[in-house]
Design a protein around this ligand. Structure first.
Ligand SMILES: CSCCC(=O)C(=O)COP(=O)(O)O
Ligand SMILES: [Zn+2]
Length: 212
């Protein structure tokens, strides 16, 4: 380990590479329009690799990934971390086993967040794809995906997320008119959860359209 840094730079390089490759694929699907979205992976118990604020997430390079501690304070960099860093670090702080947090702004996620904001959640039931969420072994179950009001006040939003996590385990949530957060123990699991939410929200929107 480089003694000048409180984290392993090789581990940061690995995390950055993983974010770049995966986010490029998500961006190609149109899930990160207009510099939106943010992404992070855990470096170690006290440090997180996260995207720099305002960067084009479809064209990320290692220079677009920085380090914060679990309070969201930049470490050994003058870059500004994602405006939504607290929504990432609250999960790493609360769950030592969480290794990756992904936030995207696909059209499906955003439209669903608008339609279900009044209800406060999207009810997902009976889908085989519910088994994509770790811990679920059958389609014979229901999952409530929370929808929180959008705000620029991250501590308020984080407090609402924490209040839900006190009541129920979950792998993601929507923010009204904004997008989706999903997470997992590593990039593969977080991405599986993100893709499952995207697919299931698309099914719910299509069902609504057909039932009109
Ligand atoms: C232009 S998108 C508005 C901010 C946002 O919702 C987002 O996901 C990106 O913010 P960041 O600071 O992480 O670039
Ligand atoms: Zn966002």
């Amino acid at each position: 380990m480089n003694s000048a840094l409180p984290y392993d730079p090789q581990r940061l390089s690995h995390c950055a590479g993983e974010i770049i490759v995966n986010v490029r694929e998500l961006a190609q699907r149109g899930w990160t329009p207009a510099t939106s979205s943010n992404f992070s992976t855990r470096i170690d118990a006290g440090h997180v690799a996260i995207t720099v604020s305002g960067r084009d997430k479809g064209r990320l390079t290692e220079a677009d990934i920085m380090v914060v501690d679990l309070d969201g304070t930049p470490v050994a960099t003058s870059h500004r971390p994602s405006a939504e860093t607290l929504l990432h670090t609250q999960l790493y702080k609360r769950y030592p086993q969480i290794g990756c947090v992904l936030h995207t702004h696909s059209q499906t996620q955003t439209v669903a967040s608008r339609l279900y904001a009044g209800r406060g959640h999207v009810h997902l039931e009976g889908y085989e794809l519910l088994k994509a969420f770790s811990g679920n072994t059958t389609h014979e179950m229901a999952l409530e995906l929370p929808v929180y009001p959008n705000t620029q006040d991250m501590p308020t939003l984080a407090a609402q997320v924490d209040a839900t996590l006190d009541q129920q385990p979950m792998w993601g949530y929507l923010i009204d008119g904004h997008g989706l957060y999903a997470w997992g123990r590593d990039m593969a699991e977080a991405r599986r959860h993100l893709e499952a939410f995207e697919f299931l929200l698309g099914c719910e929107l299509e069902l609504r359209r057909l039932q009109r």
